[in-house]
Design a protein around this ligand. Structure first.
Ligand code: G3P
Length: 219
């Protein structure tokens, strides 16, 4: 499976996000590789209305109905049709583990699947306590890398992450700099079940070419 994180890239926002989702849907259908677009909260509703893909939101906050100006309410993304949510991405971390725990339990309360990011093995061990749907190992220093990828630069850490997640029977996703079918294949060989990708697809001159290349890693 491939999680495509649209972040707040221009090409991943509003109308452009919808065009990209249509492309992802076409390639997911042809290749039979599960692709999950992970969009901004503001784009969830339209993404769900225009595609059959499972759509996820990039973040929710640990809040309930009430006076929380500007926060992302879990119930709101569910009402818009999101099936899951990213939590604790290195670009949007919670201030404390307690906040992450509360956001995660709110996600479960409203019926969202969850993927929690870990920047290193210590954080990964800690996250196991929350029993999310997926965990992701994503070293922040390699996120957006044009030169290398987590699969090339940190294969031994991926292998250790797999040992940890297997003990808890949780599926591991890896991300950061993933940009080729070799990166995908290596990640799967090491025991990950999928990858999280952003810049290689969302900011590509030819996103179709990049996605077609990545899906080859699963075939
Ligand atoms: O969530 C995945 C993302 O952070 C990876 O970004 O640009 O390194 O593929 P990128």
């Amino acid at each position: 499976m491939i999680f495509v994180n649209f972040k707040t890239y221009q090409q991943g926002t509003g109308g452009d996000a919808i065009s990209l989702i249509k492309l992802l849907e076409e390639i997911s259908h042809e290749s039979q590789v599960k692709i999950i677009p992970v969009v901004q909260a503001a784009d969830v509703k339209e993404a769900v209305m225009t595609s059959k893909l499972e759509v996820w939101a990039q973040h929710i906050d640990p809040v309930e109905f009430g006076a929380h100006t500007g926060y992302v309410l879990p119930e709101a993304v569910v009402e818009d049709g999101a099936m899951g949510v990213f939590l604790n991405h290195s670009e949007h971390k919670f201030e404390s583990f307690d906040d992450l725990k509360k956001a995660h339990s709110r996600a479960k309360e409203v019926g969202l699947k969850t993927l929690i990011f870990a920047a290193d093995l210590n954080e990964l061990e800690n996250i196991m306590k929350l029993n999310p749907s997926y965990v992701s190992y994503e070293p922040p220093e390699l996120v957006g890398s044009k030169i290398t990828s987590v699969a090339r630069a940190k294969p031994e850490i991926i292998a250790k992450a797999v040992e940890i997640t297997r003990k808890h029977e949780l599926p591991l996703i890896v991300g950061a700099g993933i940009k080729s079918y070799e990166d995908v294949r290596k990640s799967l060989e090491l025991g990950a079940v999928g990858v999280a990708v952003a810049s290689d697809i969302v900011t590509a001159k030819d996103p179709k070419k990049e996605i077609l290349d990545l899906v080859q890693g699963f075939i």
